[in-house]
Design a protein around this ligand. Sequence first.
Ligand code: TYD
Length: 208
Amino acid sequence: MTGRDGVFIAFEGGDGAGKSTQVRLLAEVLRARGREVLVTRQPGGTPLGAAIRDLVLHGDHVSPRAEALLFAADKAHHVDLVIRPALAAGQVVLTDRYTDSSVAYQGAGRDLGADEVHDLQMWAVDGLVPDLTVVVDVSPEEGRRRRGEVHDRLEAEADAFHASIREHFLAVARGNPQRYLVVDGTRPPEEIHAEVLARVEAAGVVDP
Ligand code: TYD
């Protein structure tokens, strides 16, 4: 028993922003300070999620609404089977991407409408909202440079697509500073990590 409540932290940002490194660094510190940490990612994180991930990221063309529904199905299953049980057990759950990715990529990027995709996502996750969302921000050009080789259908989209996604993340974060932290993804990973950890400590997730 950790003696503390479960805490849910999501990392969001464009492709190549460096989210995964930040998830890893935060998980290491929280574990070293005695918290049980579950690290997961979306899409994926369950066998069904891995199958959906393959279909939606590596298949042929997927119609935009089908794409939105597949990402929503992945989240519904993942939240039910993995995230809620971990939170109920008092763990810290760190997820590499969550509902804001869908609102940004399918809502803003694919023009399906941010409000509609937000509603769909909230239905899928039955209203589970992170305690904190960290947006790791880099420009589309920098993201493209870091990705190097293109790995999936969404990464392959033009810079304008990635620019609208970035704008979306920043606008959402600006509108809700209590629940969002925006970090400059071009700074050294250790500096970004220190900023994230300070915020997590301030929220009482671990003692400083
Ligand atoms: P992934 O390889 O996990 O990318 P990254 O390492 O950058 O997080 O691929 C996830 C891709 O799926 C990424 O391009 C964003 C996209 N995505 C959506 O379009 N909608 C979603 O709901 C989620 C979770 C991801």
